[in-house]
Ligand binder design. Structure first.
Ligand SMILES: [Zn+2]
Length: 393
């Protein structure tokens, strides 16, 4: 067991919402936190200097095991000294297990007790991912937080289907735990750092709660996951086609029941509204591709809701994307210019829109933390939600 791979302390609470400090072997992460997604070793459209800058100040980003395993491959990253060195990112890194990506392949994959067989989207070759392989790849990547290999069920899965899936996830969690512990003992962690600040210097492992939209299965999954024992706990398999109220009900049921002394991570969710609603229900960590993906397709998140830069009415609009935003893009550029770049197919359009979106997400979380710490979260939540539903003029 590596009980001290990370340390987490809650410093303030308001209702179920909490703000804390997560200490990983690479530094302090203030929570609630949003983790930008670095799918294939890059947070698309962004330089790492920008992520590290005072303006964005991302403390932790996410890497995708599935994508990095297929390309450039585990060996290349191991030879380059792990993912941090390979991509040039000194701060904390969390890697997912690849479970969600292979599940998303749908008909292209076959799930058995042993693991998942699928065809690579890169070269069409047959590949096999299991708890043991996922732990091995994540040890080679040397991420600071490793996720167990899980199986996702569709949001509308029947009780029977969701139970079978949840039970498989539970068995895979035990196998992930055992394989992870063996690898840590064998020193397979490529990103290993010196023990300091009361931390072991080893990787941390998070468990994942599944069970689709069935609350009894979710509760059982949580019990089983806590019984195995992890450094942190995640809610997986949400935002996969279920209705919003169903998602919120599930978070409300599970998050407050998760171990209070450990970080709680809601995987792959969501819009700024979703983040605020999940914080109010007790979640500490988030990741989502929305700010980067939507940035590339011309959509900005603003304090008044979404803005689509393709819209002709912004053709000569001299205002910034968001008049309430102080990011470097909003300080310098107009909607008219950004629209022109987008229409002309200039890569700078994606870069600037992505930057603003990341600034908006990260700044929103900064304000969430401040409001919880000053006992003002309830008001912040109400005003924020009113703002984003008011509509961009
Ligand atoms: Zn901005």
């Amino acid at each position: 067991m590596n009980e001290q791979a990370i340390r987490f302390e809650v410093v303030a609470r308001e209702g179920e919402a909490r703000s804390g400090r997560l200490m990983t072997r690479r530094g302090v992460v203030e929570t609630p936190v949003f983790m930008p997604v670095g799918t294939a070793g890059t947070v698309k459209g962004t330089r790492f200097e920008a992520l590290e800058s005072e303006e964005l100040d991302a403390r932790i980003i996410l890497g995708n095991t599935y994508h990095l395993w297929l390309r450039p491959g585990t060996e290349v990253i191991r030879e380059c000294g792990g993912l941090h060195k390979f991509i040039g990112w000194p701060r904390s890194l969390l890697t997912d297990s690849g479970g969600f990506q292979v599940w998303s392949l749908g008909a292209l994959r076959k799930i058995t007790e042993e693991g998942t067989e699928f065809r690579s989207h890169v070269d069409g070759g047959l590949r096999f991912l299991s708890p043991e392989v996922s732990m091995e790849v994540q040890a080679a990547l040397g991420s600071d937080i490793v996720m167990v290999f899980d199986e996702c069920a569709p949001g509308e899965a029947t009780h029977e289907v969701a139970r079978t899936s949840m039970e498989l996830t539970s068995r895979w969690a035990s196998r992930s735990r055992a394989a992870f512990d063996n690898l840590q003992r064998a020193g397979a962690d490529t990103g290993r750092v010196e023990a300091r600040d009361g931390l072991t210097g080893a990787q941390a492992l998070f468990g994942i709660v599944q069970g689709a939209s069935h609350l009894d299965l979710r509760r059982e999954s949580l019990e089983r996951t806590v019984e195995i024992g992890f450094d942190g706990y995640a809610i997986g398999g949400l935002s996969v086609g279920e209705e919003k109220p169903v998602m919120y009900a599930c978070i409300e049921e599970i998050a407050p029941r998760m171990p209070a002394a450990s970080p709680r991570y809601l995987m792959g969710v969501g819009t700024p509204e979703d983040l605020i609603e999940a914080v109010a229900r007790g979640v500490d960590m988030f990741d989502c591709v929305l700010p980067t993906r939507n940035g590339r397709t011309g959509q900005a998140f603003t304090s008044k809701g979404k803005l689509n830069i393709k819209n002709a009415r912004y053709g000569s609009d001299t205002r910034p994307l968001d008049e309430a935003c102080v990011c470097s893009v909003c300080r310098r550029h107009s909607r008219a210019y950004l629209r022109h770049l987008y229409q002309a197919g200039e890569m700078l359009a994606s870069i600037l829109m992505t930057h603003h979106n990341l600034a908006f997400f990260l700044d929103t979380m900064r304000r969430v933390r401040q409001s919880i710490r000053s006992g003002d979260f309830t008001r912040f939540r109400r005003e924020f939600l009113e703002g984003v539903s008011s509509g961009v003029e």
